[in-house]
Design a binder for this molecule. Structure first.
Ligand code: HEC
Length: 100
């Protein structure tokens, strides 16, 4: 059992690493996000910061909004404009920003 769990954990880690989006490409698409999340991903009022979060965490959130696993009308609308292929790049870009 421990072995199975360990194998699963290793797989999850390597899958996360392989997800590695391209932050430069993400920056080019981030215009649709910064109006709400701030030019440096710092967030504003009720809008959460994206800077300082991990790429995996951000990508997971985007996928969950798109699939409906995480429900938020604003973000569902926002991810509706994003191609699946751009999601890892956006996640990589915002993860690369320093939390202010
Ligand atoms: C109209 C304003 C608006 C726009 C545009 C917008 N967001 Fe959001 N975003 C929000 C709000 C509000 C939340 C909090 C939703 C919730 O409570 O789940 C959020 C949450 C998130 C989260 C989850 C953060 C967390 O702490 O879990 C991520 C990731 C995210 N947005 C990424 C993006 C990306 C990438 C874009 C551009 C494609 C984008 N957002 C565009 C308003 C916006």
């Amino acid at each position: 059992m421990t072995r199975v769990l360990l194998a699963a954990a290793l797989f999850a880690l390597s899958a996360a690493a392989a997800a590695g989006g391209n932050a430069q490409a993400g920056k080019a698409k981030a215009g649709a996000c910064v109006g709400c999340h701030g030019a440096n991903g710092q967030g504003a009022g009720p809008i959460p910061a994206l800077a300082g979060k991990s790429e995996e965490e951000l990508l997971r959130a985007l996928k969950d909004y798109k699939s409906g696993k995480r429900t938020n009308a604003t973000m569902k609308n926002a991810v509706g404009q994003v191609k699946d292929a751009d999601m890892p790049n956006l996640a990589a870009y915002f993860a690369s920003l320093k939390k202010k």
